[in-house]
Design a protein around this ligand. Structure first.
Ligand SMILES: [Zn+2]
Length: 485
């Protein structure tokens, strides 16, 4: 079966067909972070979703080029730079580094390109110049350059491909300078913003005078620069559909006169403890907040991956505890499988007849088994819940056969190979010491130090604290290590 994905552009589920005539190469762009703060759990959902899409396309044998931009200049950043009295680069560098560390913590594969807006000012200016030359963009009295929706439409193109817009609400000639605005206030939007005193040192020269780019043009310029004027897949959170992605289409198609993106994918919102995340409600979590509570990137990734990407997901701390239990179940099964795979094949296991033996292959690793059922689920618009259903059915079947002692070493190895194949998509692997949150490793070190100075009371208190966070200390030849309870 071919991969089917919902396309926001057609508002329907469509076959995913690569633009590449050879059917091999895929250009994929995901709107990356605006680096003015640490990534919150809602952002994490989008990036884990993008990673799932990329990994699944690769699993299907496609060669993906993933571009994830870094928005390091926009209205919000400039405001924060002003408030914190730092330089733009110093301010954004800190959050950019943190962001890519967070991606690693969530076991997201590194994007192939991570362009920064400020490193592409010349490309952005060139794109705006093209739009000005085509008469679709114009310089206003304040020195800013705006995109003219009216001129774009009279060039025969449609504004409002991703969202339905009421033509009566389009008010020709009205302008909006802010990067974010509602559908109701749709108007000519800023491509280049003339320098104002509040911008401080953040400005570049341009043919229209000193200023800085608008947010939307950044993504058009960087995506087309790296992936070409037309590419396969553009992805982001659903909050970016309007105006950001609608404006990206308008700018790109206005400049090139050809279709911009074939397939638009949007991930749904996330609620936390049943409500919209907000600092005042106390349900606003960055990834780092959750790590400090003792959860791992692996648990958070798993939980974020349990819901279909188009469903609003209710993220809860209880859900994280559930993720821990579910992962422990998988880990236990895998560890027993490894043990079984290491045993010599000559023992009687595997030669016993047992009920359902004729289905043995489909239960473990053969082509009609786990991998095939997993693929069928994900081909269906990435139906991840069905895919997890298959994983846990498989775990139950494997556990039963291990308990019956009816799985031989070859079968155990085949089952492990099947798991490894699907885990190249899920990316949850198995626990390793690398996944111990840094804060907890620091506690472990503090305990060692306390023991060295014979402060056993403190050492015991730290041990109890680690235990309360779900970790025990295990002595190994390489010294003490933390292990999940
Ligand atoms: Zn973008």
């Amino acid at each position: 079966m071919a991969l089917k994905l919902f396309n926001t552009l057609s508002r329907s589920i469509q076959d995913f067909t690569p633009l590449d005539p050879a059917g091999k190469n895929i250009g994929m762009y995901c709107c990356g972070p605006t680096v003015y703060d640490f990534a919150h759990i809602g952002n994490c959902r989008t990036f884990v979703f993008a990673d799932l899409v990329r990994r699944y396309l690769e699993f299907k044998g496609l060669a993906v080029t993933l571009v994830m931009n870094v928005t390091d200049v926009d209205d919000k950043i400039i405001k924060r730079v002003r408030e914190t009295k730092t330089s733009l680069r110093e301010f954004t560098g800190k959050y950019e580094d943190a962001f890519f560390q967070d991606l690693k913590t969530l076991n997201c594969l590194e994007p192939h390109h991570k362009p920064r807006a400020t490193a592409h000012i010349a490309d952005i200016i060139a794109l705006i110049e093209k739009l000005v030359a085509r008469g679709i963009a114009y310089k206003a009295a304040d020195g800013s350059v705006y995109f003219s929706i009216e001129k774009y439409q009279s060039a025969g193109r449609q504004y409002g491909q991703l969202v339905k817009l009421n033509p009566d609400e389009l008010r020709p000639g009205e302008r909006v300078k802010s990067d974010e605005y509602a559908k109701e206030s749709v108007a000519d939007f800023a491509l280049w913003k003339a320098r104002v005193p509040e911008d401080g040192d953040v400005f570049w020269p341009s043919p229209w005078g000193e200023g800085r780019p608008g947010w939307h043009i950044e993504c058009s310029a960087m995506s087309m620069k790296i992936l070409g004027p037309e590419f396969d897949l553009h992805l982001g959170g659903e909050d970016l559909i309007f105006p950001h992605h609608e404006d990206e289409i308008a700018q790109s198609e206005g400049a090139t006169g050809q279709p911009f993106v074939r397939h638009w994918l949007h991930g749904a919102f996330l609620l936390v403890e049943g409500r919209k995340m907000s600092k005042s409600l106390g349900n606003f979590f960055t990834l780092r907040d959750l790590l400090a509570k003792g959860f791992t990137g692996r648990e958070i990734r798993y939980l974020l991956l349990t819901a279909h990407y188009r469903e609003t997901f209710n993220f809860t701390i209880d859900g994280l505890h559930g993720a821990r239990t579910a992962l422990a179940r998988i880990d236990e099964c895998l560890s027993k499988l490894r043990e079984a795979a290491g045993k010599p094949n000559s023992d009687s296991a595997g030669t016993h007849s047992f009920e359902g033996r004729e289905n043995a292959d489909s239960e473990i690793g053969a082509p009609n088994g786990l991998t095939a059922r997993f693929t069928a689920a994900l081909d269906d618009d990435l139906n991840i819940s069905a895919a997890w259903g298959e994983v846990f059915k498989w775990v139950t079947q494997i556990n039963k056969r291990l308990a019956d002692n009816s799985l031989n070493a070859n079968e155990a190895a085949a089952a492990l190979a099947a798991w490894n194949k699907i885990d190249s998509v899920l990316g949850i692997g198995t626990t390793s010491e690398l996944e111990v949150p840094t804060e907890l490793n620091a506690l472990l070190e503090a305990r060692q130090a306390a023991r060295k100075t014979k402060d056993f009371k403190r050492a015991d208190a730290i041990r109890d604290e680690l235990k309360s966070k779900g970790w025990v200390i295990e002595d190994t030849p390489k010294g003490p290590k933390l292990k999940k309870l």
